[in-house]
Design a protein around this ligand. Structure first.
Ligand code: TXA
Ligand code: MG
Length: 314
């Protein structure tokens, strides 16, 4: 059963998160479905709990600029926005730092990471107690509306998550604004709590989501794709191919990484992007990918594999 925790039980919520469990928590916008952003399995479990059909990248929550700086590259413009709007409903998409400890799955394999410091006092207390970045999409099942009370969260996710931290109703009620600073001019990927006018006063004109910026939320077309061709549904493997295995591996590949020897889809999701990168080496002719079942997280894994197989062109 999902534990319902009060504000006095922040330490319990933090302890669960540090142990890799999922905890929903209030922010000023909506409730987030939190997991340790540095733990691949916890991040995979977020997608499983939400039944997301795709691995869209998740927002990573931090207390402040000092906690965010080691994760991504902040230029003067990013710092300026942070000074004005953090903590608050503004999410910045930035280049991941080389040593960024955030799970590749939370970035959906991209070289970027979305960061936000929430303004809610309980969220801040939780993040301080966890001492690590926390990945959190809105705490609803895929395709449903975002929850603004602990009751909404339980209606959607009871028994699927370890706990919900009850902070009462959310003040803003709509999600944070998502601003991509890796594009020039910066692209507004999702309108939200901080308005376009507020941002343009600092940045000058922005590119609208959709208008030449194909990274609109939910329609995220830019995605991680390996340079080597991907051969899906492989039932045999050649000696000059690398093998991305699932379950009992095929024999004879030049190199093999197994997403999950036991056929565990959460484990497979957790390993997916790191495995693809590791096998994407010039001395392999192609990457042969064994079939992954369509059930549960398998649907999202197969979606990403199909996109990766189509390559960088789309
Ligand atoms: O208000 C909010 O932002 C809530 C609360 C819980 O903080 N969180 C939230 O997270 O709405 P989520 O994961 O549902 O929204 C993530 C949005 C998606 O539209 C996604 O496409 C975009 O941010 N996003 C995340 N990382 C990205 C990246 N690296 N590049 C482009 N877009 C990214
Ligand atoms: Mg959402």
């Amino acid at each position: 059963m999902t534990e319902r925790l009060t504000a006095a039980q922040v330490d319990r919520a933090a302890e669960l998160l540090r142990a890799g469990a999922l905890v929903a928590f209030p922010t000023e916008t909506v409730y987030g479905l939190g997991g340790d952003a540095t733990d691949d399995r916890a991040v995979a479990a977020i997608f499983a709990a939400k039944e997301r059909p795709r691995f869209n990248p998740l927002i990573v929550h931090v207390t402040d600029l000092a906690a965010a700086e080691p994760l991504a590259s902040f230029d003067a413009r990013a710092r300026d926005l942070v000074r004005r709007f953090w903590p608050g409903p503004l999410t910045l998409v930035l280049q991941r730092s080389v040593a960024c400890p955030v799970s590749a799955l939370a970035s959906a394999g991209l070289d970027t990471v979305a960061l936000r410091a929430p303004a809610h006092a309980l969220a801040q207390a939780l993040l301080r107690a966890v001492g690590r970045p926390v990945a959190a999409p809105s705490a609803n099942r895929s395709g449903r509306v975002s929850p603004t009370t602990a009751g909404h969260v339980l209606a959607e996710l009871d028994d699927r998550i370890a706990a919900v931290l009850d902070g009462g109703p959310c003040r803003v009620g709509i999600e944070s604004t998502v601003l991509d600073l890796t594009q020039t001019p910066p692209a507004l990927l999702r309108p939200g709590g901080v308005t376009r006018e507020q941002l343009e006063a600092t940045l000058g004109p922005l590119t609208a989501a959709g208008a030449g910026a194909p990274r609109a939320p939910g329609m995220l077309e830019r995605h991680y794709a390996p340079v080597r061709p991907l051969r899906l549904q492989a039932t045999t493997v050649a000696a000059d191919e690398a093998l991305l295995a699932f379950g009992e591996p095929l024999r004879g590949a030049a190199a093999t990484i197994n997403l999950s020897p036991t056929g565990d889809l959460v484990e497979a999701a957790a390993n997916l992007f790191a495995a693809l990168r590791a096998l994407d080496q010039p001395h392999f002719r192609a990457i042969a990918v064994m079939p992954v079942p369509e059930r549960g997280l398998g649907a999202a894994i197969n979606d990403r594999l199909r996109r990766a197989a189509r390559g960088r062109a789309d």
